[in-house]
Ligand binder design. Sequence first.
Ligand SMILES: Cc1ncc(COP(=O)(O)O)c(C=O)c1O
Length: 388
Amino acid sequence: MGRYNFEKAPCRVGHHTYKWKEAEKDREVLPAWIADMDFEVLPEIQQAVHDYANQLVYGYTYASEELINAVLDWERDEHDYTFEREALVFIEGVVPAISTAIQAFSEEGDAVLINTPVYPPFARSVKLNNRQLITNSLIEQDGLFQIDFEQLERDIANNEVKIYVLCNPHNPGGRVWEREVLEKIGRLCQKYGVLLVSDEIHQDLTLFGHEHQSFNTVSPDFKDFSLILASATKTFNIAGTKNSYAVIENPSLRYQFKKRQLANNQHEIPGLGFLTTEAAYRYGWSWLMELKKVLEKNVNFVVDYFAKEAPRLRVMKPQGTYLIWLDFSDYSLTDDQLFQLLREEAKVVLNRGSDFGQEGKGHARLNVAAPETMVEEICSRIAEVLPK
Ligand SMILES: Cc1ncc(COP(=O)(O)O)c(C=O)c1O
């Protein structure tokens, strides 16, 4: 047993969380969908919340020097990424930052490219901002997502793409993009004058020895046309405290981003999020190391279990994140039939693959950030209801 408790899930029923909402109506339901974890937070984060409560007044707050240093230190120590403190821009969430970037750096009708299947708010942010959505499909090779670079170049050139929103590590599928892949992406962006928005929120959650490479560490000239988006919220299970940051090294891009942030009145960040982020980055390293071991064990369990108990179900083993992309297409069920089976018979809630793009038809995303026993129960319920 480690120093922290990853064996017992805290009871979240009644806390008005999206993840457990269905379980509030039906106590038999086990949720394994939205990306938060059923583990207790790091004790120092809980302490930071207590300290905040003890302030007794919850007014407007600014980012402290201690917080800025904690982020700079984390990025340097964990990701070998150093940058000037001026480049750091705090914002409530990575998703709001994607919308702000789309608004700041393109006009209505402009083309914005994403690699599908991908985290649904990417497409939503493009479409609701009245930009043209260009989807470049990832291809599956040897159980991993890959980018078809010839198709990518055609998609960028033919549509005069202005912005490329990259997901690194990729959700779903847990692909940790290598330096060579990022190098090719960067060179294409340079060639066609594309602004690269790199969502690196899963950067700390790399597994099985895979290492995250931040886009800006690939080549110094990439910093001229990029925004890196990251946060401690996914890694440390503090998404509800709302805090993330953009690293924008090009001063002119930073100016435009901040101006748009101000226009959207997004510059005030909750003080609680500042404190939880600082505590996470200052004290969370050992917790994260233990978490990753638990996640690796859970991922391995899922891969082995379904290979034995439901061999027609194809499992994409992630290189990072706690999200597993499951391919049910061999069962020839419609999505409605599949999700009816999962929800009503197995009583588990997974994400619908088709929400991630048309490539996700017949797929589902499984979240394994939960105690081993819960993951085992979810898998056994799924295997039991699938046709043999
Ligand atoms: C790729 C990706 N980006 C962003 C987010 C959410 O970001 P935020 O809560 O900071 O808006 C998630 C959450 O799962 C995610 O998977």
